[in-house]
Design a protein around this ligand. Structure first.
Ligand SMILES: C[S@@+](CC[C@H](N)C(=O)[O-])C[C@H]1O[C@@H](n2cnc3c(N)ncnc32)[C@H](O)[C@@H]1O
Ligand code: SF4
Length: 415
């Protein structure tokens, strides 16, 4: 091993289990490390793919599969985040690791809680593995690949509870990124277990949620969050659109409920909802930027400002613009817009940015880069986009152009 310091600490301390049991290094890297339906966690932890990644990391190489961390600016990468979060483990890595890349014990400090695909939404850019509702629709209408199980759940073949109970003293971070965690019994049971064991100041919770459900069965999520250390709580609400458009793009949304839930949380934590010297409660919006909404980033942010989510209390900066990740062969890519439209969109975004109270040029960087792509629009992709969208519109009794008239330019481009 050439180095004592790995490029990224995640393969020593972090685990991302997908709802179908496949284990990957993190949500930015989809390398299959193993499958809990067929292997034990211990076998996967010291399996060949994991050992290879660890050795590369120790040889100062970021594996090609870490493409997102290679492409992005250092401080916005997950690698940077995990290296900071789990910094105390970095000095231990050299002694922990055998020459073949295996490690002496499974010691999990963080994981992504994607134990089920249970979800009440059918967002246009999402897929069956992360939403049971999409899986059901896909299966009943023969729209593509689907799972036979109505709801995937890793508890069917893996003792998830034992995993977090065995590691309770090590755990520092739990991320929630799909299906919809606020609808999962296992989420509330796990939180209650941590509360009973007084771990609220040890374990940081980072939510991605559609925020449609604050009360589920006998559980009230605010009651549990109130018991948590406020500095260890981060709630990212996924908001790709507002009003009627949100009900189209993120099917299942009732916009009035989402905006009312946001206000309730703001009210609940109003005294903590600002930057604190030694940490903060983070409440922010995650906007997935796709063909459906790139035009509307200014309107979305302005609305979230009016609701009281994005305000000067958080330096107008508590939102993320994430690029849509290339679903269905890239049919939601921004490059589907003709070049002339891309230019118009870019001008609109730059104009908005120039009058925004703080500098958001870095947040917009990737979006602008996409819009600047000089490649001509791919008609084949537009046709595939229209075909899939029309099918879903018929099933859901919706109409793309009625809700998002800006997309007429795509229809014109291919006709
Ligand atoms: C799959 S969801 C699961 C968590 C929760 N149900 C939610 O919607 O926040 C996690 C995040 O992925 C985002 N997402 C959905 N489809 C995506 C895509 N094709 N590319 C990138 N992010 C996507 C969602 O908007 C959300 O912010
Ligand atoms: S709410 Fe989240 S998991 Fe559900 S369909 Fe939407 S993006 Fe996917």
């Amino acid at each position: 091993m050439a180095n004592r310091i790995p490029k990224c600490i995640a393969p020593w301390v972090y685990l991302d289990i997908l709802p179908d049991g496949v284990v990957v290094p993190c949500c930015s890297n989809s390398t299959e490390l193993g499958d809990l339906k067929k292997q034990s966690l211990e076998d996967i932890w010291n399996g060949d793919p994991m050992k290879k990644i660890r050795l590369e990391m120790l040889n100062d190489i970021l594996p090609e599969s870490c493409a997102l961390c290679i492409q992005q600016d250092e401080t916005t990468t997950l690698k940077y985040f995990y290296n900071q979060k789990f910094s105390s483990s970095i000095p231990e890595v050299y002694d922990m690791t055998n020459p073949d890349g295996s490690v002496k014990e499974v010691k999990i400090k963080g994981f992504d809680f994607r134990i089920s695909n249970k979800c009440n939404f059918k967002c246009r850019t999402c897929w069956s593995k992360l939403s049971s509702s999409i899986n059901f629709e896909t299966r009943t209408n023969n729209l593509g690949e689907y799972y036979e199980e109505p709801i995937l759940n890793i508890g069917n073949y893996f003792d998830f509870k034992k995993m977090y109970q065995d590691n309770i003293d090590n755990l520092e971070l739990i991320e929630f990124s799909g299906g919809e965690v606020l609808l999962m019994d296992e989420h509330y049971e796990m939180l209650q277990y941590f509360i009973d064991n007084k771990k609220q100041s040890q374990i940081e919770l980072r939510y991605n949620t559609n925020f449609s459900t604050l009360e589920y069965k006998n559980y009230k999520v605010f009651d549990m969050w109130r018991k948590w250390d406020i500095r260890k709580l981060e709630v990212n609400v996924s908001i790709d659109e507002i009003g009627v458009r949100s009900e189209y793009v993120r099917y299942g949304t009732v916009w009035n409920n989402i905006s009312s839930n946001i206000k309730k949380l703001l009210n609940e934590f109003k005294t903590s909802y600002h930057y604190l010297e030694n940490g903060r409660f983070i409440f922010s919006a995650n906007i997935v930027v796709s063909i459906f909404n790139v035009y509307r980033i200014p309107e979305i942010i302005t609305n979230l400002n009016q609701i009281g989510l994005i305000t000067d209390a958080n330096e107008f900066s508590n939102f993320t613009l994430s690029l849509e990740g290339g679903m269905d062969g890239g049919i939601y890519d921004l490059e589907l817009y003709p070049i002339s439209e891309r230019k118009k969109i870019k001008e609109k975004l730059l104009q908005f940015s120039s009058t925004y109270p703080v500098d958001i040029s870095q947040k917009l960087e990737q979006v602008i880069e996409k819009l600047d792509n000089p490649e001509e629009t791919n008609k084949d992709k537009i046709n595939k986009f229209l075909e899939k969208t029309n099918k879903l519109d018929t099933i859901r009794n919706q109409n793309l152009l009625k809700v998002i008239p800006e997309l007429q330019c795509l229809v014109d481009y291919v006709s």
